[in-house]
Design a protein around this ligand. Structure first.
Ligand code: MSP
Length: 655
């Protein structure tokens, strides 16, 4: 991937300067000694001696053998976002998806460690700080905070403290309570001192393993990608295809990581672990890169001050990617714990899932596993590369300036609508274009009509005719009813899709339950039965048996619909947590009861006789489509004009 030439210079006494030929020789040796590079090894450090799966390791690395104490944890990560600018919808997208997956795993009863954070070093960030007139530290504090605020509500006291510390600037203040309900567990900043310690220790391990050497380097650099580029992948005038900005020619004396040494190992690993990269079409891409030959890449910068100093050479700083990727490990350290790799690894490494955008796949699926192997650490279980949110077909991004402001969307439409739209309408893994009309139409149709109205009209009927109380257990109501079986099947389908990260399909299956519920209601038409029941009871007291019968049938139907609403609210809670909490509360449950739900609660039978429903209130307010309203107003205005004109003409005639 790195373009240009690595020109070998003299050793600095730190790294072994190895000609590529000798690296190649050692790589062959290493590849043959690493046939057991297996996934799901409970030992997160790779060791030749006592690892449970006897996985050999590259020399010098992973002398200690540790079993992760918290093996059961599902550890998932978002990328650590660059703090050159506040979050945009593209960065919010990965985080929303990760949050939905984390919530689903929690529903399954897993201990989840959901890691997110900010990537704060490097040239790009230093330049952004300078442009904003702040020193890098202040700049990073401010922007990092704007991510935290968008993800999760910060309480009033925090806001006051932040204002006092002048950490919050006006733009972030306007987030107010408009946040995306991201329930992350760890927020790592690459400027945290614990992170710096981990990076340095990791660097030293890789160095001791003989995988770092010093060389001169010349090539074309894209500052936005923070990456040297191959000339053949560039557009006219050496423009980066992603950022459409010219790359600059750089010549530096850097430290290099011997990636080429891991070529065969990675090739073999991907062949035997095809699930390591998902979706599968991205695996082909990664295999293609490796097949084309892996080149060593430079992991330090002599021209960049804003970074972690290279151990024993403070004239160089560590390359942002060699620094940031380690955030996934350093994030695992608890407050007050010893700050070392061993401790971090024991707290949950390897990660179960790295969720990333397709533009940073190479870093995660090629560089990162090789780095980990070199340091004697296990590789993560899976890297999932999703597609881009586009606007007019172009990747939405800070560099191109065509972003969509998530805080504006949340302010106008609410977090549930934003979360639902992007997870339902963009097939996870592929690109997806945003349009406001589509946004409004989708959330109105699915959340306001199909789900919201069904609940509201059912609760209305129950209130009017049964004083909002359920007369039967839902399990009794559904006895012998085939409708229950189809709901069970749709729930199973939704679970399967969640497990396979097909979030859009999971939403679709859950919405199908609501569609089936609407159909059931329309076919059974309990409102007309209520009328008939009323009429027959009026006809004569002697017909009271009939009246009771009607009431019974109707009440059974209402219980059935309310039970599916409960199931929908459980199954959809990873996607729209706040809406689902409102549905639960309409069904007469407390906030605590909602917070305690698990996937088992998608089983039929949760609603019991005697449960009292809340006063019916719409759970999702329809969004006015301003354009449609404008068109309607225009029609009304024109009609009024026509009327006036007609009456003026009439007046003239009468006169
Ligand atoms: N700092 C690196 C990641 C380091 S991880 C150890 C970085 N940061 S980023 O802020 O530029 O991008 C973060 C994530 O946002 C990437 O996964 C990227 O794909 C995603 N997105 C940025 N724009 C996007 C869209 N328009 N659409 C979807 N996701 C996109 O890369």
């Amino acid at each position: 991937m790195a373009a240009g030439r690595a020109l070998f210079s003299s050793q600095n006494g730190l790294a072994a300067v190895a000609p590529l030929s000798s690296i190649g020789y050692r790589a062959r040796g290493l590849a043959s000694s690493l046939p057991l590079l297996r996934r799901r090894c409970p030992s997160a450090f790779v060791s030749s001696s006592a690892c449970c799966c006897s996985r050999p390791h590259s020399e010098g690395a992973g002398e200690r053998v540790m079993k992760s104490e918290k093996e059961e944890a599902f550890v998932l990560t978002t990328p650590l976002y660059y703090v050159n600018a506040p979050p945009h919808m593209g960065s919010a997208y990965t985080t929303i998806a990760a949050d939905a997956i984390a919530r689903f795993q929690r529903l399954l009863g897993k201990r989840v460690v959901f890691i997110t954070g900010t990537d704060e070093h490097g040239e790009k960030i230093a330049a952004a700080a300078e442009a904003s007139g702040r020193n890098p530290r202040e700049h990073c504090d401010t922007i990092s905070q704007s991510y935290k605020i968008l993800w999760r509500e910060v309480n009033f006291i925090t806001i006051v403290v932040l204002i006092k510390e002048q950490v919050l600037y006006n733009a972030s203040l306007s987030y107010g309570s408009n946040y995306l309900h991201i329930a992350y567990d760890k927020f790592i900043r690459t400027t945290d001192s614990k992170h710096e310690a981990i990076v340095k220790e990791f660097y030293s391990r890789v160095l001791n393993n003989g995988d770092i050497y010093r060389a001169d380097y010349e090539g074309l650099y894209c500052v936005n990608c923070e990456e040297y580029k191959d000339e053949k992948e560039l557009l006219e005038n050496n423009c980066c295809p992603m950022h459409l900005k010219p790359c600059v020619l750089r010549k530096e004396d850097n430290y290099f990581f011997a990636l080429s040494k891991y070529q065969k190992t990675l090739e073999d690993y991907l062949t035997s672990n095809p699930d390591f990269v998902k979706p599968s079409f991205r695996l082909n891409e990664v295999q293609g890169w490796i097949k084309n030959g892996l080149r060593d890449f430079s992991i330090s910068r002599s021209s960049v001050e804003w970074g972690i100093p290279v151990p024993n050479d403070d004239k160089q700083t560590i390359y942002v990617w060699f620094d940031a990727l380690l955030g996934y490990v350093s994030a695992l350290l608890e407050e007050g714990e010893q700050t070392n790799l061993e401790q971090a690894v024991c707290s949950g490494w390897p990660a179960s899932l790295h969720l990333i955008g397709k533009d940073i796949l190479r870093f995660h699926a090629v560089y990162w596993p090789a780095m980990l192997l070199s340091a004697g650490l296990s590789v993560p279980n899976m890297v999932f590369g999703h597609g881009f949110l586009t606007k007019d077909g172009m990747k939405m991004g800070k560099s191109l300036g065509n972003t969509l402001e998530p805080k504006d969307l949340v302010q106008r439409f609410g977090a549930d609508a934003v979360r639902y739209f992007f997870l339902r309408e963009v097939e996870f893994g592929n690109d997806g274009d945003y349009s406001e009309d589509r946004f409004i139409n989708t959330v109105n149709a699915h959340l306001a009509n199909t789900i919201g109205n069904l609940l509201n009209r059912t609760l209305g009927l129950l209130k009017k005719n049964c004083q909002s109380m359920l007369a039967f257990d839902s399990s009794i109501a559904a006895e012998g009813n085939l409708f229950k079986d189809s709901v069970d099947q749709l729930v199973e389908k939704a679970k399967y899709h969640y497990e396979n990260l097909s979030l859009s399909s999971a939403c679709e299956s859950i919405l199908d339950i609501a569609n089936a519920g609407n159909l059931y209601m329309d076919e059974r038409a309990p409102w007309s039965l209520f009328k008939q029941g009323g009429a027959s009871s009026e006809m004569a007291a002697k017909a009271s048996f009939e009246s009771d019968y009607f009431h019974l049938v109707i009440q059974l139907d209402l219980v059935i619909i309310l039970e599916i609403m409960r199931i929908i609210a459980t199954a959809l809670s990873p996607i729209t947590p706040s809406l689902c909490s409102r549905i639960y509360s309409q069904l007469g449950f407390s906030k605590e009861q909602f917070e305690a739900v698990t996937w088992d609660d998608t089983k039929w039978g949760g609603l019991k006789a005697g449960q009292i429903m809340a006063e019916p209130k719409p759970v999702f307010a329809r969004i006015e489509n301003i354009k449609e309203v404008d068109v309607k107003n225009e029609v009304v205005r024109n009609k009024n004009k026509d009327k006036k004109k007609a009456s003026r003409q009439q007046g003239l005639v009468e006169a």
